[in-house]
Design a protein around this ligand. Structure first.
Ligand code: NAG
Ligand code: NAG
Ligand code: NAG
Length: 121
C-alpha cells in the first residue's frame, strides 16, 4: 500500500514538471526599440513594480521628457525575474523624438516588475 502511494506521488510530480516545461515561455514580455549607438548614454532608468492583486488588471504610464536637443535612440523595457505575463507598449513619442511614454499593464491577477531604460544623446 505504501509503495503504491509513493508511486502515485512520483507520477504526479512527473506530470507537473513535464507540463511546466511545455508551458514555459520562450520569449518574455519585454519591449525593445531602436539600438544603442556609440556616443549614446542612458538618459533615464526607471523601475516599475506592482504586486499581484487578485482578479485585477493594473497599469501605469511612465513618461520621459528630454529637452529640445534630446534625441532618443533606444528604448528598452525589460522584465525582471520570472515572467508575470504583463504587457508593455509605446503610447507616445519614441525613437528620434525627445519624449516617450510607455504603458505597462499587468495580466489579470498578476503584478509586474520592469526596468525601463531610455538611451539617447
Ligand atoms: C527618471 O525619470 C523619473 C520619472 O520617471 C524621475 O523621477 C527620475 O528623476 C529620472 N532620473 C533621471 C536620472 O533623469
Ligand atoms: C538636454 O538634454 C541632453 C540629454 O538628452 C543633455 O545632454 C543636455 O545637456 C541638455 N541640454 C540642456 C540645455 O539642458
Ligand atoms: C514628443 O515627441 C514627438 C515625436 O516623437 C513629438 O512629435 C512631440 O511634439 C513631442 N512632445 C513634446 C511635448 O515635446
Amino acid at each position: 500500500m505504501k509503495i503504491v502511494l509513493v508511486c502515485a506521488v512520483l507520477a504526479v510530480l512527473a506530470t507537473v514538471s513535464t507540463s511546466s516545461i511545455v508551458k514555459s515561455p520562450t520569449s518574455r514580455a519585454s519591449l525593445y526599440y531602436g539600438y544603442v549607438g556609440p556616443g549614446d548614454r542612458l538618459l533615464n532608468r526607471t523601475y516599475v513594480q506592482k504586486a499581484a492583486i487578485p482578479n485585477t488588471i493594473q497599469s501605469q504610464d511612465v513618461a520621459y521628457r528630454g529637452n529640445i536637443t534630446t534625441r532618443i535612440t533606444a528604448i528598452q523595457v525589460v522584465e525582471i525575474g520570472y515572467t508575470q505575463w504583463a504587457t508593455p507598449w509605446l503610447i507616445a513619442g519614441g525613437i528620434g523624438g525627445n519624449n516617450v511614454t510607455i504603458r505597462v499593464q499587468s495580466a489579470r491577477g498578476y503584478g509586474y516588475y520592469y526596468v525601463i531604460d531610455i538611451w539617447g544623446r
